[in-house]
Design a binder for this molecule. Structure first.
Ligand code: ZN
Ligand code: ZN
Length: 337
């Protein structure tokens, strides 16, 4: 079968062996497409995976073979994510599901930029859903990335109507902001790119340009009785965002980190101490976060209509390149009809 593999720091289209059930429980899914995630970009750009790896996990497809105790059957069109927690270890008991060893070990095989994948019984039971009739494959492909956002939102435990700024309005900032709104927050968003600001405004986010840091700080102060925002969600890993977050969060507020930075900056010890800030990281979603994400998309609370650019699997390299150079907002790799 055809697959896009990572090789010599490039993406290569090649033939690899098609996965099979081989007496295992689970399903073989013929993929119609797979979203290109920011984490795929990081793995690619920083050479974090072995040659031959098939990246991609934001998958959508149709079950073509199955041996399962679930109700799924051949012909079902499904969306799934890739990791499942054990629900028993210390991490799981403390709700740090994405730190669970089992979570990290479970995956789809071989990866989402391929014609077929093997999805285990555990996946079918915990994280697979039928595609809702009202959404396109490209739209429901946001199931996993939005699940990550839902987890981040829940982790912050914010009061309703809290004033929240999303720094960075790329595709993740765009769905994060809408998710925050769906959870009852008063949401602001900023970016340097004008098109992104317009897109966010179109879905009801109070979006503005953060081109000038002092102007941004003044604007947020004027919107918050001089206090600063209750929470900052950092979906951009650019250096300047850390400074902007510290300047726009109110004392006692929260900073949610949702992006890696190219360098390790350390942390702002004295600001966190003297201003009683809470700084949290949030990584990957639990099955419940994913279910919430599924419902937000199905119910139209998060609208991702028309924001992805389609690339044929043969053009996966271009999808990576165009995403890195900000030519496209979100890439979706189309694998079959
Ligand atoms: Zn993802
Ligand atoms: Zn666990």
């Amino acid at each position: 079968m055809k697959a896009a593999i990572f090789k010599n720091h490039k993406i290569e289209i090649t033939e690899i062996e098609k996965p099979s059930l081989d007496n295992k429980k689970g399903a073989i899914v013929k993929l119609s497409g797979c979203g290109l995630c920011g984490s795929d970009i990081v793995k690619y750009r920083e050479n974090l995976v072995k040659d031959g790896t098939v990246l991609g996990h934001e998958i959508v497809g149709e079950i073509v073979e199955i041996d399962s105790e679930t109700n799924f059957k051949i012909g079902d069109r499904i969306v799934s994510s890739h990791h499942i927690p054990c629900f028993e270890c210390v991490y799981c008991q403390n709700k740090n599901y994405s730190m669970c060893k089992h979570f990290k070990e479970t995956n789809i095989f071989p990866g989402g930029f391929a014609e077929y994948i093997y999805l285990s019984e555990e996946h079918l039971k915990n994280v697979a859903h039928l595609i809702p009739n009202n959404l396109t494959d490209m739209e429901i492909a946001f199931y996993e990335p939005l699940g990550c956002c839902v987890r981040a939102i829940k982790r912050c435990e914010l009061k309703e109507n809290s004033k929240v700024i999303v720094i960075g309005l790329g595709s993740i900032g765009f769905i994060m902001a809408q998710g925050l709104k769906a959870f009852g927050m008063d949401v602001y968003g900023c970016d340097l790119i004008e098109d992104r600001i317009t897109l966010a405004k179109n879905v009801g986010i109070k979006a503005f340009s953060s081109n000038d840091t002092q102007q941004t700080v003044d604007f947020i102060k004027s919107e918050t009785n001089d206090l600063g925002a209750d929470a900052i969600f950092m979906t951009s890993g650019a250096d300047a965002t850390i400074d902007l977050a510290l300047k726009t969060v109110r004392s006692g507020g929260k900073i949610l980190i949702f992006a890696s930075t190219p360098k390790n900056f350390g942390y702002a010890n004295n600001e966190i101490y003297y201003r009683e800030l809470t700084v949290l990281g949030s990584y990957s979603p639990s099955p419940k976060d994913l279910e919430d994400s599924y419902n937000l998309l199905k119910d139209g609370k998060v609208n991702v209509h028309g924001i992805s650019t389609i690339f044929n699997i043969n053009d996966t390299q271009k999808a990576f390149d165009d995403t890195i150079s900000n030519k496209v907002y979100k890439a979706y790799i189309k694998i079959s009809e």
